[in-house]
Design a protein around this ligand. Structure first.
Ligand code: PHE
Length: 478
């Protein structure tokens, strides 16, 4: 029997070009921009990382964005099926579709820890929300956040959260549940609706908090930190993480844009669509940096604090700032909104695979993959407490000291995404039928030539070098 549940219809797709752009930006803009980017930029010393990251976005990321959207647009089905169709139309081996499967597995793995981190955000939104209610009830709605709490108490909250597997689990469950709910409602009814409501709210909050930060924070120091390069800090490991971050942030290497591209029903202009996505995503990352670091520097916090930066440092900073209780709550709400429009795209990739390749109904497929990612996420969150000694890839020096969540994050970001990106660029640059590419992308003239050069030569070579030297530092004698 053929299911007729929402989203099962083969005609389900984006209602317009702008709906697609909004949804793709929603997928791209997420924890990657507001949590991972500032964390890595802070840890890697700022400027050199940021500039190398921007180069990766435009020289490698943008051509790949266009490639993935092209595959989806041409294939009109899940990632694996779409690659297979393009391969067949190009007289290439259908085995190329393997990189679609690797991408879908990466999406599934990323979703597992993404939901855990989003769970922390949910928790902090709850803490700050209750503090705001308290402020309002006490007749001083514009007071600083967490009035009267010591710095130790505020920063200790993260440790308390990490030590409490049940609380972590409850947050992870709530976030994954919301993701599953939206994805089960299909493309038009779920993904598009979420994006068209949440993304405008996101932009209003982002700009508002950044302006606030410019007034109360130390913008000058933040600017210098983010944009003054110290090239000696650009080690192969830093380059590897910058490339991984560029791919992660643009949602590349997980077949996400292939999947989203497959729901485009009309129009071509894929080149300008891709550019809009890359520019928007990168702007948000940079604005997020200019939102967070002025506040970090204003109260003399350590920019290299690592993954806990936005969770431990900022609530403390909001304490001494005017209207900190209100802004603090809005800040975590902002991250939450960004996270959910991304997590739905992560779940959509394997879900579409289940529908297209396994013939499952949408709800069943979403439940299987969402449920599976939920279980792996439990392992990630236990890595902060009961399983804190577990090193799942401990034999590999790169991951010898990382907990479960960081290992899944590092392995997907540093290994799987670059690998899929490499295969995508070789496939598009060397195998895909040229006429099909030109007709589908609508690209012509010098732009077409430039894109071809980047995707056929620059991407494969650069990604290989960065991948090999990043993963095997011994090659460079390091
Ligand atoms: N790009 C998202 C972010 O920056 C994460 C993501 C990766 C989403 C891959 C979908 C696919 O948070």
């Amino acid at each position: 029997m053929v299911g007729v549940a929402a989203g099962d219809s083969p005609k389900d797709g984006w209602s317009s070009r702008s709906a697609f752009i909004l949804a793709a930006i929603g997928a791209a803009v997420g924890l990657g921009n507001i949590w991972r980017f500032p964390t890595l930029a802070g840890e890697s010393g700022g400027g050199a990382f940021v500039i190398f990251y921007i180069a990766c976005v435009f020289l490698l990321g943008l051509p790949l964005v266009l490639s993935e959207i092209f595959i989806g647009r041409a294939g009109q089905t899940d990632a694996v099926g779409s690659i297979r169709k393009v391969a067949e139309a190009s007289n290439a081996s259908p085995t190329w579709s393997v990189f679609g499967s690797v991408g879908a597995i990466a999406a599934f793995l990323i979703l597992s820890f993404y939901s855990v981190v989003a769970g922390w955000v949910l928790y902090y939104a709850g803490v700050m929300g209750m503090d705001l209610i308290d402020a309002i009830l006490s007749g001083d709605p514009f007071r600083g956040a967490l009035a009267g709490e010591s710095q130790e108490a505020i920063q200790g909250r993260m440790g308390d959260l990490f030590a409490n597997p049940w609380l972590l689990l409850a947050m992870h469950f709530a976030f994954m549940g919301a993701t599953l709910y939206i994805v089960a409602h299909g493309v038009g009814g779920g993904l598009e609706k979420a994006a068209t409501w949440l993304m405008p709210a996101f932009f209003v909050l982002l700009v508002g908090i950044t302006i606030y930060g410019a007034f109360v924070g130390n913008m000058g120091e933040a600017f210098a930190f983010l944009f003054t390069p110290d090239w000696s800090k650009l080690t192969p490991a830093v380059m590897n993480s910058a490339l991984g971050q560029a791919l992660f942030s643009l949602s590349l290497g997980v077949a996400g844009l292939i999947t989203y591209g497959s729901y485009i029903r009309e129009g071509s202009k894929l080149g300008s669509t891709s550019a809009a996505i890359a520019v928007a995503d990168t702007s948000v990352a940079l604005i997020a940096g200019l939102m967070i670091f002025p506040i970090v520097f204003a109260v003399g916090l350590d920019p290299a604090a690592g993954p806990t930066l936005v969770f431990q440092s900022l609530p403390f900073a909001f304490q001494s700032m005017p209207a900190g209780a209100l802004i603090g709550f809005l800040f975590f709400l902002l991250i939450l909104v960004a996270a959910i429009t991304s997590s739905i795209s992560l779940l959509e990739v394997p879900t579409a695979y289940g529908i297209g390749e396994r013939g499952w109904g949408r709800r069943k497929s979403a439940l299987i993959f969402g449920g599976g990612a939920f279980l792996i996420g439990i392992a990630c969150l236990l890595g902060y407490n009961v399983w804190s000694d577990v090193r799942i890839l401990g034999f590999w020096p790169l991951f010898a000291e990382t907990d479960i969540l960081d290992t899944v994050d590092g392995f997907t970001g540093k290994v799987m995404l670059p690998l899929v990106a490499l295969l995508t660029s070789i496939f598009i640059g060397w195998k895909a039928d040229r006429r099909l590419v030109e007709e589908t992308t609508g690209l012509a003239g010098p732009m077409l030539g430039l894109w071809r050069f980047l995707i056929a030569w620059v991407c494969p070579i650069a990604v290989t070098i960065i991948l090999v030297t990043g993963l095997f530092p011994s090659i460079l004698g390091g």
